[in-house]
Design a protein around this ligand. Structure first.
Ligand code: 5GP
Length: 322
C-alpha cells in the first residue's frame, strides 16, 4: 500500500498547478495539512492555490506560515485545475466550498486519516494508522524527495499537536513522536506553536467556558457530560466557532465521565454535534446515527433537527448504551 501511496504522491509533484481544500469548520489538522502540503508542493515548483470558505486575520490558526495566502472560494470562481487535493476530510459532504472543488477539477486526491473515510477521490491515500493528516503528509514527503522547510514543519507539527491533544490521546504512536522529532529537527517553530495553541486563549473563550460550565449536565449515572451552546450565547460572548474546540475535551476529563457531548448552534442555525469518549465508547459509530463520523474517541455530525430535538435524540440513543 505504502509504495502505491508514494507513487501517487510523486505523481502529484509533477503537476504544474494544484488546488488544495480541506473540510468545513477547519481545525489545526485541516489548516496544518493545507498549508504544510502547499509549502511542500511549492518547493517542487508546483503552483498551489489553497482555498478556504473564509479567512480571519485574528483567527486561532492565523499564526500559521502562509495563512495570509489562503484564497476564499468566492474570490476565485473561474479557475480550473487538472488536480485538486482534499485534505483531512472523511466525507464528500464535508468538503469546504460544497461542490466547488469537484466542479473546478478533473481529478481529485483524498488524503486523510479518518476511520470513517468514504474513499470519494479518484486517488485515495487514507489510513487511520496516522494520528493526523499532518503526520500522513510528513510520511509521504519524507519518503519522496523530502523538501520540508521550517515553515511546512511548523504547519505539520501544529496538526499533529492538535489532533493528539498535545500527544495525550492514544492515537499518539511511536511514529507520531518520530515525525515530531524530525519536524523539530527541520526547525518547526515549536515555541510559537505551543504559545498560540495553548497559552493564548481569548478572554471571550475563557468567559464563555465559565458560563457554559455552570449549565453543564451530567446524566446517565455520571457517564455522560452534556453541554449546549446556542448562537445567542456565542454572540453574547463574542466567541468564534474555533474558540470552542477544547470545550468538549474539557468536560470529557471529568471523573467518571465516559462520553462528552457538545451541541453548538452554527451561524446558519444548524446544530453541530461534537463527541468525545474516554476509553471504550465508540463515538464514530454513534455519530453515524446522525450521518457523521470521525474517529473512535473523537467524532462529530451535523443534525437536521433543532436544538431541543437534537438533544432529545442524542440522549435517547445514549440511553441504549448506559
Ligand atoms: P469535532 O468535534 O472537533 O468537530 O470533530 C471531531 C472529529 O470528528 C474530527 O476528526 C472531525 O473531522 C470529525 N467530524 C466532525 N464532524 C463531522 C461530520 O459531520 N461528519 C464526519 N464524517 N466527521 C465529522
Amino acid at each position: 500500500m505504502s509504495s502505491k501511496w508514494i507513487e501517487i504522491f510523486n505523481n502529484l509533484l509533477r503537476y504544474s498547478q494544484v488546488a488544495l481544500v480541506t473540510h468545513v469548520f477547519p481545525d489545526g489538522d485541516a489548516y496544518g495539512s493545507l498549508l504544510g502540503l502547499k509549502n511542500i508542493l511549492e518547493q517542487h515548483g508546483v503552483e498551489v492555490f489553497a482555498y478556504v470558505e473564509d479567512k480571519n486575520s485574528n483567527g486561532k490558526f492565523s499564526f500559521l506560515p502562509g495563512y495570509e495566502n489562503l484564497i476564499t472560494f468566492a474570490s476565485d470562481t473561474n479557475k480550473l485545475f487538472s488536480m485538486a487535493v482534499i485534505l483531512d476530510c472523511g466525507e464528500k459532504s464535508r468538503v469546504a466550498g460544497g461542490n466547488w472543488v469537484f466542479e473546478h477539477s478533473t481529478r481529485t486526491m483524498n488524503i486523510d486519516h479518518h476511520i470513517s473515510n468514504s474513499f470519494f477521490g479518484h486517488d485515495n491515500v487514507v489510513s487511520e494508522n496516522f494520528s493526523s493528516t499532518c503526520e500522513l503528509i510528513w510520511y509521504l514527503a519524507t519518503r519522496s524527495s523530502d523538501l520540508i522547510t521550517n515553515e511546512s514543519a511548523t504547519c505539520l507539527i501544529t496538526g499533529i499537536m492538535t489532533d493528539t491533544g498535545n500527544f495525550l490521546y492514544d492515537n499518539t504512536s511511536a511514529q507520531t513522536y518520530r515525525a515530531s522529532a524530525d519536524l523539530i529537527d527541520k526547525n518547526a517553530d515549536i515555541e510559537m506553536v505551543k504559545f498560540n495553541l495553548f497559552h493564548n486563549k481569548s478572554l471571550s473563550n475563557v468567559r464563555l467556558l465559565g458560563y457554559a460550565i455552570q449549565n453543564l449536565q451530567i446524566i446517565l449515572n455520571g457517564k455522560v457530560a452534556f453541554l449546549i451552546l446556542d448562537k445567542h450565547t456565542m454572540d453574547r460572548f463574542n466567541a468564534s466557532y474555533e474558540d470552542l474546540d477544547d470545550f468538549v475535551a474539557f468536560i470529557r476529563d471529568i471523573e467518571g465521565v465516559e462520553v462528552a457531548v457538545l451541541l453548538k448552534e452554527t451561524q446558519n442555525k444548524k446544530i453541530k454535534i461534537s463527541l468525545r469518549s474516554k476509553s471504550y465508547f465508540d463515538v464514530n459509530k454513534f455519530a453515524q446515527e446522525f450521518n457523521g463520523g470521525g474517529h473512535k474517541k473523537a467524532a462529530g455530525a451535523l443534525s437536521n433537527e433543532n436544538m431541543d430535538n437534537t438533544k432529545r435524540l442524542v440522549i435517547d440513543l445514549l440511553k441504549n448504551y448506559f
